[in-house]
Design a protein around this ligand. Sequence first.
Ligand code: SAM
Length: 255
Amino acid sequence: MERIVTDETLDGLAEDDPAAMRSRRDLQRIHRVMGTRSILVKALRGLSASRPQGVPLRVLELGAGDGSLMLGVAQALKGEWPAVELTLLDRQRLVTRETLARYASLGWVARSEVVDVFDWAASPSTAANGLLQPGKSGHCDVIVTNLFLHHFEGPALAQLLAAIASRTGRFFACEPHRARLALAGSHLIGAIGANAVTREDAVLSVRAGFRDQEISTLWPPLEAGWTLQEYSAGLFSHCFRAEKNETFKGKGTKQ
Ligand SMILES: C[S@@+](CC[C@H](N)C(=O)[O-])C[C@H]1O[C@@H](n2cnc3c(N)ncnc32)[C@H](O)[C@@H]1O
C-alpha cells in the first residue's frame, strides 16, 4: 500500500468548531481502542532517561492536541518518574487550564506552546556559544509524538526529524500502521460513535501512516551514535524510537 498524505479535515477546523471538539473527544476513545497509552508508557519506561537528582526531566510533545493522552501517561508513571517539565506544543490552542492543573496535581509542571512545528524547527536551538539552549522547547531530554508525523510528506518529515535529532537524545513516535488490518479498522470507526470528521480522518491517517523502516530511512543520515528501532505495536500502531548512545549524548548538549 503506497503512502498517501492528504490534509485531514480536523486540521482545517477552528479550535472551537463543534465538529472539531467532538472529533477530539473521539480521538480519546480511539486511543483507548489503539492502546496508545500503554504503548507510550512501555516505550517511555524503556527510554533510560537519567537525570541528576532534583533536576527535572524535560519532555516535549509535538502536535500534542489537548494534552489528554500525555496526562494518562503521567498518571500511569506517577511515582516512577522524577519531576517532569512538560511542554505541549501544538499550532492550535487546545490545552485547558484544567488539564494543566491535573498535570500539576501529579507533580508535572506542564505548559502549552502554541506554534507551528516548522517554526519551532526553524528557531535556533543553539545559543551564541554553540551550546544547545536549555529549557522551553530548546533542548529536551525526551521528545514524543503521537498521531503526528503522518501529517507530513517525506521531505518535510525529514526536515522535522533533523530538528528533533538536534534537540534531544531520545525520541519516540507512535503513528498509524499502514496495513490492511488498520485500514479495515479505520473504516469501522463509526462503530464507536465517531463523527464524520473522525471517520474520514481515520482512513486518511492510516493511508498516510508508516510501515517497515520508513521513518528510520528519513532520520538524518549523518548523525552518528544513534540506536534506531522501528516496529508495529498492538493492532493499529507503528512506532519509532531513537536513542543517542551514552558516549555521544554529551556532545553539544552541555548546559
Ligand atoms: C491527530 S492530532 C493528535 C493529537 C495528540 N497527539 C493525540 O494523539 O491525541 C494531530 C495534532 O497535530 C497538530 N498539528 C498538525 N499540524 C501541525 C503543525 N504543523 N504544527 C503543530 N501542530 C500541528 C494538530 O493541531 C493536532 O492537534
